[in-house]
Design a protein around this ligand. Structure first.
Ligand SMILES: Cc1ncc(COP(=O)(O)O)c(C=O)c1O
Length: 398
């Protein structure tokens, strides 16, 4: 076979998907598996979304569509931006994509030359780093451990920005930790960013999932002058229970939005008409589903944290958003579960899956090998049972 491009040696399949696939395989073999692995919201969109899709299907033109997205969808996204307090964006500033992941790829493609530096605070979301790697970027990882609530500090940011730094990826609320930055924390980071000329990819896809009545602080609200270098990223996947519909959005300076449109024109052409219609319905229809789900996730977060509190040695900064928890499990390293020595996070997750049938993603996949990620969106009874097994596993370590 002829050779693949050199960059493919840097491309790896998603670590999260690998754990999810393993859990699925074991389930298919008849094992009783509870998967806390993949970040799927586990609810369906409202009936109005399906109705819009059916109507669109009935009048489907079967034609190619706009590379940017149809006006109705761009306007629905602009409305969503306004609801989040982002004024002044027009159609020329926005673009759709096949999920937010596709837009992350295209935005990084548009920004980065090989060797350019990207700052990716750890714990990071796996695809952020995987895509930057494929593109040959030099990746700078400020380590933000549990002792700083997994949040980037301004002095860490300042220390890493240099002449070759082209991009910061900022994800708030965070996957994998569920942490939410306060207004003061965002402002302090913004104070550093205004001093430097670099792009900011603001991965905002969990913005509707914030608990405890906390406000969502945003760099563009604390520092509107960042507007000419910030890319707002959003998605229907988590908020509206539509991960498989593959709808993502970006709002950016006009030239960046146009770059994304140009890449669409060379890669995907357009999102399907039926998907676009469903997406418009999700954004313009009743907003009670995201609100209800957010309340439900907050309750599940409480159950996760109550379980963690009963496990001696385990600590976990309290998540305030998204649907993940990221406990520090380093108390287990060097201990045994039965005959199995737990040397690290991967051993822990493998032994947990073997012994109790509970699938979690090792923290090293996110740049924090002292932890693991639990995605707690499963059915309430499954969550309770999975947490019971998790607790039993931890308490059996000796
Ligand atoms: C932080 C973050 N950004 C982006 C994405 C991608 O979302 P989409 O399904 O829209 O591609 C995910 C999905 O898990 C995510 O967690």
């Amino acid at each position: 076979m002829p050779q693949l491009a050199e960059r493919m040696s840097r491309a790896v399949p998603s670590a999260i998907m690998q754990v999810a696939e393993k859990a699925k395989k074991l389930k298919a073999q008849g094992r009783d598996i509870i998967s806390f692995s993949i970040g799927v919201p586990n609810f369906l969109p409202g009936e109005h979304v399906y109705a819009a899709a059916r109507e669109s299907l009935a009048r489907d033109s079967g034609q190619y569509g706009s590379n940017r997205g149809p006006d109705a969808l761009l306007d629905a996204y602009l409305l969503h931006l306004k609801r989040n307090g982002f004024e002044g964006y027009e159609r020329r500033h926005v673009c759709t994509g096949v999920g937010a992941k596709h837009i992350i790829f295209n935005a990084m493609y548009a920004i980065l030359e090989e060797g350019d530096e990207v700052i990716l605070p750890a714990p990071y979301w796996t695809s952020h780093i995987d895509i930057a790697r494929i593109l040959g970027a030099e990746i700078k990882v400020p380590y933000c451990g549990a002792d700083q609530d997994y949040k980037l500090r301004p002095e860490q940011l300042r220390a890493l920005i240099g002449p070759k730094t082209r991009l910061l990826v900022f994800n708030n609320p965070s996957n994998p930790t569920g942490m939410v930055y306060t207004q003061a924390e965002v402002r302090a980071l913004g104070d550093v960013l205004v001093e430097h000329d670099l792009w900011i990819l603001s991965d905002d896809i969990y913005n509707q999932m914030i608990f405890d009545g906390l406000p969502w602080a945003h760099l563009l609200h604390t520092h509107p002058q960042l507007r000419d270098r910030i890319i707002l990223l959003d998605s229907l996947s988590k908020t509206y229970g539509m991960p498989g519909w593959r709808v993502g959005f970006a709002a950016a300076p006009e030239a960046m939005a146009q770059a994304l449109v140009t890449l669409n024109s060379n890669a995907i052409t357009n999102l399907p008409e039926v998907v676009n219609a469903a997406a418009v319905a999700a954004l313009t229809g009743p907003q009670d589903i995201p609100e209800r789900m957010c309340r439900e996730f907050a309750g599940k977060r409480d159950e996760v944290m109550a379980t963690f509190a009963r496990i001696p040695g385990l600590s976990c900064p309290r998540p305030q958003g998204a649907f993940y928890a990221f406990p520090d499990i380093s108390f287990a390293f060097g201990k045994r579960h039965g005959d199995t020595l737990i040397g690290n996070d991967v051993d822990f997750c493998n032994a947990l899956l073997d012994a109790e049938g509970v699938a979690c993603v090792p923290g090293s996949a996110f740049g924090e090998p002292k932890g693991l990620r639990i995605s707690y969106t499963c059915k309430p009874a499954e969550l309770t049972e999975g947490l019971r097994r998790f607790e039993a596993f931890c308490k059996a370590l000796a």
